[in-house]
Design a protein around this ligand. Structure first.
Ligand code: NAP
Length: 308
């Protein structure tokens, strides 16, 4: 049966990924949107989920694509309306908010999926299998992108919140999938622009029983070529996961992979969870971010400018 789904928040990721993925899916149909502006999609649009559900009684699920601040209220409203819920990363504004979502969904008897799209990148599972039986000597993350390209004009990203960890948490979602034992933060340096409330760069050192050394470098100020790479040196060779997990090379040789389908896989998994009435709410990447802020040494760097 096709699941009638609404998007909440029609911004960059909703238009880049969610709308085309739903349109191509045989398991979902777009039933409406909750949006302050999007009246161009040929489906009902409303200011709240309650108002949309009144217009579209067959609405059964929502996919939440707003910024993390304010998500908790939207999730509460969705569950109260009897809807199954899928959530963009990061799951919430705070860890304590996010920790309530799974119990809220179970109490409401609804499916919940707190998504990590980068975990669905094509190279992640092949790398996880390759790592089985190998000892990780050093795992180094370099996740360096230009906020001006990926979050054009989005002032919310500079409000108190996770800043550069908005992309960095994608790498941490891969890391926590790859490692067979938990990682913990040992040291963190967070670099805040003098005029902004969230960090533009961060350096992390982590510990894990599954690796001798784990480090991460995150930047939101990377001009020119963008870098989303995880290099894993083991006792049995070196793997390099590039392009956010979309490409994998082992000892210098590219591994053949499927075509990119991150969001297709997310929606397939959500449909499966809806069918079984289950909850998938892994907070391990978000917990690492929270710990980086607990331990983080703060440095002040140059003010941020959207244009040169
Ligand atoms: P965005 O372009 O700013 O879109 C967010 C949308 O949420 C807005 O267009 C707006 O939609 C709605 N909204 C509701 N309350 C808002 C508020 N207080 N401030 C701003 N917008 C508000 O953001 P985005 O890049 O799509 O990111 C949304 C989420 O997706 C974030 O959690 C982000 O981490 C995640 N994500 C983003 C990317 C990316 O490449 N940008 C990639 C993967 C995941 P209406 O005008 O329709 O109400």
């Amino acid at each position: 049966m096709t699941i009638q789904i609404a998007l909440v928040g029609v911004g960059k990721i909703a238009r880049d990924q969610h709308l085309p993925t739903i349109a191509a899916s045989g398991r979902f149909a777009l039933a409406g949107v909750v949006s302050r502006h999007a009246d161009d999609l040929g489906v009902p649009a409303a200011a709240t989920l309650g108002a949309l559900k009144a217009q579209v009684p067959e609405l059964a699920a929502v996919s939440i694509c707003t910024p993390p601040i304010g998500r908790a209220a939207v999730i509460r409203e969705a569950l109260d309306l009897g809807l199954d819920v899928m959530v963009e990363k990061p799951p919430a504004a705070t860890l304590s908010e996010a920790e309530r979502f799974a119990d809220m969904a179970r109490a409401a008897g609804r499916a919940l999926y707190l998504t990590w799209h980068s975990r669905q990148a094509n190279g992640v599972e092949p790398l996880r299998h390759w790592l089985e039986g190998r000892r990780i000597r050093r795992l180094a993350i370099a996740w360096m992108e230009d906020v001006r390209v990926w979050h054009p004009g989005q002032e919310w990203i500079w409000e108190p919140g996770i800043g550069v960890f908005d992309p960095g948490i994608n790498a941490l979602s891969i890391l926590t999938r790859l490692l067979p034992a938990p990682a913990t933060i040992e040291t963190a340096t967070l670099r805040f622009p003098a005029d902004r409330a969230s960090p533009i760069a961060a350096s992390l050192a982590m510990a894990s029983e599954a690796a001798d050394a784990v480090t991460a470098e995150f930047s939101f100020d990377q001009r020119g070529p963008q870098t989303w790479t995880i290099t894993v040196k083991t006792d049995g060779g070196t793997a390099v996961l590039r392009d956010g997990g979309g490409k994998l090379a082992i000892d210098g040789a590219d591994v053949p992979l499927d075509e990119p389908t991150e969001y297709g896989r997310l929606y397939d998994r959500f449909a499966d969870l809806v069918g079984r009435g289950e909850v998938d709410a892994d907070l391990a990447p978000f917990r690492l971010v929270a710990d980086a802020f607990l331990l983080g040494r703060r440095e002040v760097v140059a003010p941020f400018r959207w244009t040169d």
